[in-house]
Design a protein around this ligand. Structure first.
Ligand SMILES: C[S@@+](CC[C@H](N)C(=O)[O-])C[C@H]1O[C@@H](n2cnc3c(N)ncnc32)[C@H](O)[C@@H]1O
Length: 252
């Protein structure tokens, strides 16, 4: 769906900010910006299966609308088809500009009409060491949002937040926005993971689940998905071996 059409139909009630490549890359034919935490194929497969089930119960002649408020380089658009429209929102211009259909925006202030979305499908940041954002000057290998982007992250980015109160506050606001834009009973699918810090598993998955229940979402199911994880760095022996996919329903 063209943005003009989405805007006129009220799906996007405010004039969207169209992402543009950063100035030094403008005019190049294609801009490939690396991203450290894209959806993996195994997660995308799982998401596709859930959306296929949703389509079984949907009116065949009304395409469903899926929104990813933490869209990165737009893996969500792999779910698009003649029956599925996808919209991405991403804070960082370089990553938003990787795919048409992703707008620059903030997950805590979505430029999307209330009760206009059938499913929010997303993978937020995990609050792990990938959120390290100091400017490392040595040559050791680092896979972080800050280093991959090559500049400081935009204010309000969860990509610079370690697991803690600021991380939790931002995601409660993002899930409150997700509830606002979802149709009553709409699906919320969250791909998230725990991580190990100082030899302790940080229970990020359990927190998101509890927060969503507090906000009135109803649990459909939680799937544990085994995924390949980074096998280098100081914590390589202490990585958790699975990610989770939380599937909830918005309040009716
Ligand atoms: C785990 S990544 C998502 C990757 C995505 N699934 C993909 O396939 O590319 C999380 C993304 O959320 C973005 N982000 C962090 N805080 C944000 C915010 N407040 N609003 C919108 N996007 C945000 C980060 O820049 C990052 O690209």
């Amino acid at each position: 769906m063209a943005w003009g059409v989405a805007h006129e139909t009220g799906l996007l009630p405010v004039e969207p900010v169209r992402p543009r490549p950063p100035q030094h890359l403008e005019g190049r034919r294609s801009v490939v910006t690396p991203h450290p935490a894209k959806f993996t194929p195994v997660i995308l497969n799982r998401l596709t299966g859930i959306i296929d089930e949703l389509l079984v119960d949907s009116e065949p002649d009304r395409p469903i609308v899926i929104l990813d408020p933490f869209a990165g380089v737009g893996g969500i658009h792999a779910l698009a088809s003649d029956r599925v429209r996808t919209i991405g929102i991403e804070l960082e211009t370089e990553w938003a500009s990787a795919r048409a259909g992703t707008l620059v925006g903030d997950a805590t202030r979505l430029p999307v009409a209330t009760a206009s979305v059938d499913a929010v499908v997303t993978s937020p940041c995990y609050g792990s060491r990938m959120a390290d954002h100091h400017e490392a000057r040595d040559t050791s290998r680092r896979i972080t949002y800050r280093h991959t982007l090559g500049r400081p992250l935009t204010a309000g980015s969860a990509g610079a937040m370690q697991w803690g109160p600021a991380y939790r506050d931002l995601h409660t606001r993002a899930w409150t926005e997700a509830r606002r834009v979802l149709r009553p009973g709409g699906l919320l699918i969250v791909n998230i993971s725990n991580h190990v810090r100082k030899h302790q598993v940080q229970t990020v998955v359990e927190w998101h689940l509890a927060d969503l229940l507090d906000l009135g979402f109803c649990l459909d199911h939680v799937a544990k998905v085994s995924t390949p994880r980074m096998r280098f760095g100081a914590n390589r022996q202490a990585r958790v071996t699975a990610e989770h996919v939380i599937v909830m329903r918005a309040p009716e």
